[in-house]
Design a protein around this ligand. Structure first.
Ligand SMILES: [Zn+2]
Length: 324
């Protein structure tokens, strides 16, 4: 079913990339070379449930595939990145924490019925990792991880030059590696996930603040408790990152996201702590960089996913069993 990823777009029918975020819903139509020709965005109606959001997506896609001077062109394929747990084979979104009522949503089926074109559903961090691998810091890097640290922590893995999805598409959940047993409660239900410690939400909650920005401001003004929260978050993040580098012998890691706006100190503490969680020889072969692409990551990655070919690396040998 997912083989349509490998199909070439018919002439004149644009590839459409969609980036479904908790705040913004964006879409763009691409030319065959992968440049954005038209784009649009609306505020995601995140509290209204899946049907309403699907209507928003369809309306936005229709907008970006039609220009004032051209006739409507149905997309050749639409690729959507979703902030949640996704099975790209079935196109079902199992859960999306920031979107109300998103549980077991057959998103691909819903979109294909309304858009009349093949659709591909993928985790948003995987989409971003692919963009960074093809067009950013990860260019030419065979074994690469992209990690975003903002409100939450997301990650995508490129292993042996392919997006790695794991057994049911759930690979790359770096944010939910438990770093402190019995630590702060994570929205996934476990305690002490690195997401609950070093994400924007985790930092704010540890400091008893409204937002991570508030913690950063307080630390900059000399508040020792706030500085301590930031240092601890950065250190645990670095240790977890060291474990990831050890596990996969990565050639490079790119990190992006709002939390790095906390300044050089956060970054430096994190990088130093990588040594606490990794072997010197493995670490020496892994570059740790800031992500290059800050905007359009989700849209560009959606286009790049159409070049990725059929799903590889994670399918069960008896895959027919899961399709039956
Ligand atoms: Zn968690």
């Amino acid at each position: 079913m997912i083989d349509h990823q490998a199909e070439m777009p018919p002439h004149g029918s644009p590839v459409v990339g969609i980036d479904l975020g908790g705040t913004w819903l964006r879409a763009a139509a691409f030319d065959p070379a992968g440049s954005i020709v038209r784009r649009g965005r609306v505020t995601t109606d995140r509290d209204a449930g899946p049907s309403r959001v699907v209507d928003q997506i369809v309306a936005l896609v229709c907008e970006v595939v039609v220009s004032p001077t051209e006739a409507a062109a149905a997309p050749s394929v639409a690729v959507i990145g979703v902030p949640g747990t996704v099975d790209p084979r079935s196109g079902v979104v199992h859960a999306a924490a920031n979107l109300a009522e998103w549980k077991e949503v057959p998103l691909r089926q819903m979109l294909e019925a309304q858009l009349g074109c093949p659709c591909v559903v993928e985790n948003d961090a995987n989409v971003a990792a692919l963009a960074e691998y093809r067009r950013g810091t990860g260019r030419g890097v065979a074994n690469f991880a992209y990690i975003t640290v903002s409100t939450g922590i997301g990650a995508g893995l490129i292993l042996d030059n392919h997006l790695y999805r794991g057994s049911v598409g759930g690979a790359g959940e770096f944010g939910h590696i438990v770093t402190i047993p019995d630590g702060p409660l994570c929205h996934c239900g476990n305690r002490g996930c690195i997401n609950a410690i070093a994400s924007g939400d985790g930092i704010a909650s540890a400091a008893g603040a409204e937002s991570a920005e508030e913690v950063v401001r307080a630390a900059a003004a000399g508040d020792a408790k706030s500085q301590g929260v930031l240092d601890a978050a950065a250190r645990y993040l670095g240790i977890a990152l060291g474990g990831l580098i050890n596990l996969l012998a990565l050639n490079a890691v790119a990190l992006g996201g709002g939390v790095f706006g906390a300044g050089d100190s956060f970054w430096n503490v994190m990088v130093a702590a990588v040594a606490e969680g990794s072997f010197p020889a493995t670490r020496a072969h892994c570059r740790i960089r800031r992500a290059e692409l800050t905007s359009d990551l989700g849209l560009l990655g959606a286009f790049e996913l159409t070049r990725e070919g059929p799903l590889t690396g994670g399918e069960d040998r008896g895959a027919s069993g899961s399709e039956a």
